[in-house]
Ligand binder design. Structure first.
Ligand code: AP5
Length: 218
């Protein structure tokens, strides 16, 4: 399937994208993960992006569009993908349409995750991430079995710098200003399904698979 996961920071897009990717054999393309990897490797792109990310601001469109273009050029990725955190602006969505057209691909569905602001703040403040393999945990809702170490690779878990209170406020404001307009953008194209992202991870996943199954048989 070829999907876009849309929604505010912390609604659970990445968590659900991992599960769908495993179930459907698709590739998760997370621009946040790709950018964090570039920052960690101190590439030119990473050094450029770091300042924006630490403050919770969007990285310039041209940078993220380049990352997604490169991934979609891989024929294996083009067979099935979940775009997590991209597009995030109307120009990014328009460019995505162009890239897909060029490659003879189309989006099956855009899923808009909805969670209350109170839950978002709880999820982000308790999130812990593995800087090596990008696995995500939550101190209360999804703790690592190895305490402060990653279950998958054993690396010490960290709190993302943009999960600090001030950056979270900025990210939520920028989401409303620049990303929320994509809801009507995709609604007008009749491509959008809304999903209640509240509740436990497994319950959300069950609802999500129902939406995807209903779509697939449509
Ligand atoms: P990115 O990494 O994409 O951050 P985000 O969109 O803010 O999303 P998050 O990763 O914070 O949340 P999520 O919805 O994936 O939730 P998760 O599953 O982790 O981007 C980071 C930065 O990179 C941006 O601010 C920007 O600077 C830059 N960037 C990225 N893409 C860009 C773009 N296209 N254009 C420009 N700049 C871009 O879950 C959150 C927590 O909740 C976890 O701890 C998880 O365990 C827990 N959790 C998940 N589901 C549940 C549940 N159902 N119940 C309880 N807990 C749950």
């Amino acid at each position: 399937m070829q999907l876009v996961f849309l929604g505010a920071p912390g609604v659970g897009k990445g968590t659900q994208a991992d599960k769908v990717a495993a179930q459907y054999g698709s590739h998760k393309i997370s621009t946040g993960d790709l950018l964090r990897e570039a920052v960690r490797n101190q590439t030119t792109l990473g050094l450029q992006a770091k300042g924006y990310m630490d403050q919770g601001k969007l990285v310039p469109d041209s940078v993220v569009i380049g990352l997604v273009r490169a991934k979609l050029a891989d024929p294996d990725y083009a067979k099935g993908f979940i775009l997590d955190g991209f597009p995030r602006t109307v120009p990014q969505a328009e460019e995505l349409g162009t890239v897909l057209n060029e490659r003879g691909l189309r989006l099956d569905r855009v899923i808009n995750f909805k969670v209350s602001r109170e839950d978002i703040v709880k999820r982000l403040s308790g999130r812990r991430s593995c800087p090596k393999c990008q696995a995500t945990y939550h101190v209360d809702f999804a703790p690592s079995k190895k305490g402060s170490l990653c279950d998958r690779c054993g690396e010490a878990l960290i709190q993302r710098s943009d999960d600090q209170r001030e950056a979270v406020e900025t990210r939520l404001r920028i989401y409303e200003e620049q990303t929320a307009p994509l809801i009507s953008f995709y609604e007008k194209k009749n491509m959008l399904s809304h999903l209640d992202g509240a509740g436990a991870v497994e319950a959300v996943y069950q609802n999500l698979t129902k939406v995807l199954a209903a779509y697939k048989t449509a």
